[in-house]
Design a protein around this ligand. Structure first.
Ligand code: SF4
Length: 325
C-alpha cells in the first residue's frame, strides 16, 4: 500500500480533513540542494489533526537528493522541464506522467498546498523561459497536471497563507470541498442536489449574497426531479466552489445572523428569540466571535425541532472557526 493510500485511509477512518502538501514545506529535506522549506502554518495544521500527505514529485520521478536543478523552458511551443546546467536532462514526460497518475490517486483529499516558484510545484509563480527570450510566470509541470485533472480541488501556494484571513479562507474552501465530495459520492439526483443546496444555504450566504443568488437562479431552471447529468453536476460544483472562494467577512456573517433572526422568528420560543437577538447585537458590536455565535446557533438547533437549521453545513464547520480569533 502506498503512502497515498495509507494517508487517505487514515483520513477516512478518523473523519479528519486530508490535504496533500509539497514535502519540503513539511520540513522534509527533499530540495535539489538537500534543504527544506518548512512552513509554520503547514506544520501547525498537523497539530490540529489535519492529515497531511507529503509529496515531492522530483524525488518520486527518480531525481535524487541532492540533484541537478531544473527549470521550465519553452521548446517548439511546449513547456519542458530541463536541467539548468545540463540541457540534455529532460524530465518533462516523467513529471507530466507522474502528475496525471497522482491526480487519479488524490480523489480522497480536499486541498493541496504547493511550494511557490518551483518548476514542479508552483501555482502561477514558476519562472518559465519563453521562446522569445522573455521570462513569464506560470505553473510547475506537476502542479499543472493536478489542477487540470482536479479543477475543483482548492489549491494554494505557501505564499498565499501568510496572513490569518487567507489561511481561514483556504480552510473554508477545503471544508466546503469535503462536504461536496462526500455528497457527490452518493450519486445524487436533482432532488438530492436541491437538498444539498438547502443544507449549504447559510454557508454559501456567508460568502456573499450575490453569488448565492446566481446559484439560486441556476437551480430554478432545473427540473424538480430526475437524474443529475454530468454537465449539471459540473456547473453546480463550479458555482459552489467559486462561491466559497469569496471571503466570509464579518459583514457577511452578520447578514447570515440577521437572516436567521427573521427566518426563525415564528419557529422559536420567546427565550430563543431573545438569545438570537442578543447574539446578533453582540456580533455586530464585535463583542462576540463568529465561533461563539455558531456555538450558540448549535444550541438553538439542538433545543428546537428545526431540522433545516440542524442540517446546515454552516453549523458543521470546525477548523476554520477554531482559527478565528
Ligand atoms: S518544491 Fe516540490 S519538487 Fe521541489 S523540493 Fe519541494 S516538493 Fe520537491
Amino acid at each position: 500500500m502506498s503512502l497515498t493510500d495509507n494517508s487517505r485511509q487514515s483520513a477516512q477512518t478518523k473523519n479528519s480533513l486530508c490535504l496533500a502538501v509539497s514535502a519540503c514545506l513539511l520540513g522534509q529535506k527533499v530540495r535539489y540542494d538537500g534543504a527544506h522549506k518548512q512552513h509554520a502554518f503547514v506544520c501547525a495544521l498537523q497539530l490540529k489533526g489535519v492529515d497531511l500527505m507529503p509529496i515531492c514529485p522530483e524525488v518520486e520521478i527518480g531525481l535524487g537528493v541532492p540533484r541537478p536543478a531544473i527549470h521550465i523552458v519553452e521548446r517548439s511551443k511546449q513547456l519542458m522541464a530541463l536541467g539548468v546546467d545540463d540541457q540534455s536532462l529532460d524530465v518533462t514526460q516523467k513529471l507530466n506522467h507522474y502528475g496525471r497518475a497522482m491526480a487519479k490517486q488524490l480523489d480522497g483529499i480536499d486541498g493541496y498546498i504547493f511550494k511557490a516558484r518551483s518548476p514542479s510545484c508552483g501555482v502561477g509563480s514558476s519562472p518559465q523561459k519563453r521562446a522569445d527570450g522573455r521570462t513569464k510566470k506560470g505553473s510547475g509541470l506537476f502542479a499543472a497536471q493536478i489542477m487540470q485533472t482536479l479543477p475543483l480541488l482548492p489549491v494554494v501556494e505557501e505564499t498565499g497563507l501568510e496572513d490569518r484571513t487567507r489561511q481561514i479562507n483556504f480552510i473554508q474552501q477545503v471544508e466546503a470541498h469535503r462536504f461536496w465530495r462526500e455528497f457527490i459520492a452518493l450519486q445524487p439526483g436533482v432532488k438530492q442536489l436541491r437538498e444539498f443546496h438547502q443544507n449549504s444555504y447559510l454557508n454559501l450566504m456567508a460568502h456573499g449574497v450575490e453569488g448565492l443568488r446566481d446559484i439560486n437562479h441556476w437551480l430554478d431552471a432545473l427540473p424538480q426531479n430526475g437524474k443529475l447529468n454530468k454537465t449539471q453536476r459540473q456547473v453546480y460544483a463550479k458555482l459552489y466552489m467559486c462561491q466559497v472562494k469569496r471571503l466570509a467577512t464579518h459583514r457577511r456573517h452578520e447578514i447570515v445572523l440577521r437572516h436567521l433572526c427573521v427566518r426563525l422568528r415564528s419557529y422559536l420560543d420567546k427565550t430563543q428569540r431573545q438569545v438570537l437577538a442578543n447574539m446578533l447585537n453582540d456580533y455586530s458590536a464585535r463583542q462576540l466571535s463568529i465561533k461563539k455565535a455558531i456555538d450558540e446557533l448549535r444550541l438553538i438547533a439542538r433545543g428546537s425541532s428545526l431540522a433545516w437549521l440542524a442540517q446546515q453545513t454552516y453549523l458543521q464547520i470546525n477548523l476554520s472557526l477554531e482559527m478565528e480569533k
